[in-house]
Write a protein that binds this ligand. Structure first.
Ligand code: FAD
Ligand code: FES
Length: 273
């Protein structure tokens, strides 16, 4: 899909928790084509590398980004004022493949929750959402998910809100009735979800997070090993993902063979060099 650098006005800014911000950006062109699970590369003044942030939701002509302050870049971004412009490159990556008619379980863990909102909205009443957080204070976007999906289940690690435990517990109870599972969050969570989906023969897509530089497939910044038939190859999270079929992910850290003559064409293809 064609991507573009564009300035967009920050039309609203909310602080959801002491470290999480909810930005609404006016951008009719992007709003018309953004797919659930895709991301944007945000330019932070004073920083050369852009920061990848997922599309959380699309509301008419407005794109919503929800991000956590983790380091200097997101801290600077959080200081942007309403009516100021933010430069983004978008839309980027391959998002979730969804069918509104399918009963789909959407699972978000921590800051992996925001991209599941626009994704779950595509399936409406057929969407069951399981969102997992550390504790009650970390819970975000519940009202939005309640409106967008058929059912919302919240889990917290310490039991201070919703079900006590991990997202995988409700998943085990509900998966028998699901056509598909889509998930975004920490790798150990994704690995366990993929295992449960495989045991029940339910197709599963996972959104991977990887440190990024260019965000458009032009550097080696975000390479991950994936299964391709009987071999392991590298693919780019930014261009080939961030959403991958869970069966393709090399969950046990398998790596491609060292670059022998036979592996070289594969590496060349993966890295566009
Ligand atoms: C496809 C994708 C979607 C994402 N969506 C969201 C989202 O919706 N909300 C949200 O809060 N966070 C999201 N992240 C994580 C977010 O990009 C990082 O938290 C952010 O880049 C950290 O930047 P920083 O300057 O604050 O931190 P620093 O650690 O100072 O960043 C230094 C450099 O490392 C890169 N970097 C650091 N951590 C990450 C990371 N986890 N992923 C990618 N690059 C990183 C930065 O872009 C920067 O170039 C997403 C990451 C990816 C890959
Ligand atoms: S970040 Fe450069 S190839 Fe993905």
């Amino acid at each position: 899909m064609k991507y573009d650098a564009q300035d967009c006005k920050l039309v609203s800014k909310k602080q959801l928790t002491p470290t999480i911000y909810d930005f609404r950006l006016y951008n009719p062109q992007l709003a018309a084509i953004a797919q659930p699970g895709q991301f944007v590369q945000v330019l932070v003044p004073g920083k050369t590398l852009r920061r990848p942030i997922s599309v959380c939701d699309v509301e008419g002509d407005v794109i919503r980004l929800v991000f956590e302050v983790r380091g200097e870049g997101t801290e600077l971004l959080s200081h942007t004022k309403t009516d100021e412009s933010i430069n983004i490159i978008a839309p980027l990556g391959k998002g979730f493949t969804l069918d509104p008619k399918e009963k789909t379980i959407f699972i978000g863990g921590g800051i992996g929750v925001p991209p599941m909102l626009y994704s779950a909205r595509q399936c409406g009443q057929n969407a069951v959402v399981i969102n997992g957080f550390r504790n009650k204070d970390a819970v975000i976007l519940s009202e939005d998910f309640e409106k967008a999906a058929g059912r919302l289940i919240i889990t917290t690690d310490d039991g201070s809100y919703g079900i006590h435990g991990f997202v995988t517990e409700p998943l085990k109870e509900l998966i028998a009735e699901a056509d598909k599972v889509c998930a975004c969050g920490p790798m150990p969570m994704l690995k366990n979800i993929a295992k449960i989906a495989k045991e029940h023969s339910v197709p599963c897509q996972v959104s991977l997070e990887q440190r990024m530089a260019c965000g458009v497939g032009a550097c080696l910044g975000c390479a991950v090993p994936v299964k391709d038939g009987g071999r392991i190859i590298y693919q780019h999270v930014c261009k080939d993902g961030p959403v991958f079929d869970s069966e393709a992910v090399a969950w046990n850290g398998e790596r491609p063979l060292p670059s022998t003559g036979s592996q070289l064409p594969v590496m060349k293809e993966a890295f566009n060099c």
